[in-house]
Write a protein that binds this ligand. Sequence first.
Ligand SMILES: *[C@@H]1O[C@H](CO)[C@@H](O)[C@H](O)[C@H]1NC(C)=O
Ligand SMILES: *[C@@H]1O[C@H](CO)[C@@H](O)[C@H](O)[C@H]1NC(C)=O
Length: 436
Amino acid sequence: NKVWEVPTDPFASPFNHSEGLQWEHGCQYRHLQESVRITADIPPRLDGTWVSTCEVRPGPEFLTRSYTFHPSRHFQALQHYYTDSSCEYPAYSLMIRGKLRLRHASWVTRGATEAEHHLNRVAIVIHSLAAKQRIATRLPSICTGLTLAGVTPGKPHELYNTRAGRGCLAALGFTMMEMGLIRVETQHPSHGGKVQELLLGDVHTDWTQRTQHRPTGYQEPLQNAMNHIHPCPVCALVYRSSEQRPPVLPRRPASALYLAGRWVSQRCETRPNVLFLTRDFTFDPEQHSWEGVYRHYSDPTCSQPTFTLRASGHYAQGNPSAKISAATDFVFKVTAVKVTAAEQSIAKLLNATRPGKCGRAGSWEAGVEQDLTPTEGCALLGIKLPHKEYELLKTELDHRKHPLLFIGERPTDGSSPDRPQRRPTSFQAPMALCSS
Ligand SMILES: *[C@@H]1O[C@H](CO)[C@@H](O)[C@H](O)[C@H]1NC(C)=O
Ligand SMILES: *[C@@H]1O[C@H](CO)[C@@H](O)[C@H](O)[C@H]1NC(C)=O
């Protein structure tokens, strides 16, 4: 009966409430100067319209989203797809209608609610002749007569309704599995007002897995159309859009890739397969060296640390990305990893590994850093040294002209992008540059 409760564990924190991320001295992240309180109700309140700005999904796909939830549990989701990474050239829009049922608190991703959706109707509106031709090559001609001749740009065509099968949706790689995992966070800045964000389940990085993937992590959040971060001119554009009139986003000034300095996560991040973490990276372009600190936590507000990885090595900047304009290919080499177990149970686990497999067996202690380099990594943690990864990076300015760094999305299956063909085509949540 208690569907909104999750099993508690020794380090459980009240899941309804949290303080903002606490950065140690030196990195004065702007939210923390203001000390933002964050709350997340379980079950979440979804009513209203939630919008994204220009997003990159694995593939890559470029889109904006505007989702409206009604008290009757019906939803209407608009997805606008573009041919370019700045969301300037709309290709087609999908109008999705359905019903959502919140089921219970997730036992896998703490702080999330699991939900079930039912689709009533999916319609497509194609915005250009070029887009029509591309879609015609992907969709079987049987899909609502989507033959080259049968489609008029600007006119809705039904791709799916309760009577028809899902073949046409699958051919487009379409899925709403993201509705399976939901969290709404409300930020209460000390100076008043509020910002609400809707976190929906992640999209699998492997195209072939996408329609079956049950998310355990999140995508970048949608913002509530009424309570969003100000200013957000793009929010208004997306909010006012319709399937006939897709938002055309203003061109962003090109910004040169600029890595030097220290970059930190802006929120407690969630990775598929239950990891809550924050990232803290430092780049030295003169030495071509980098260090990344990954702090792992057991709770969705990153208040209960479990262990910390400190990885370092070198990097080489490659060519501009062939797939995403304004992004750049990189190769990262990890040569050293140090681990600190924050929790006694993790220290014990690492302590019990066979000698020579994971640092100095028998000398792990909570709170004491150990170097994994002499044992060439740690099988238990899935770390092998030295290690090479093919990466995709871009930098951008946010609405306040603060630099943001985007690093490639990790493969959803937990593998490593250790070959050029596995290089990411989308990004993790952006990190913010620390003031010096
Ligand atoms: C969460 O907090 C809200 C007020 O912010 C309260 O109304 C609600 O009952 C709380 N939910 C739980 C499960 O504690
Ligand atoms: C690790 O193992 C050593 C030797 O077996 C033992 O003395 C020590 O207490 C262990 N530490 C932890 C944290 O379990």
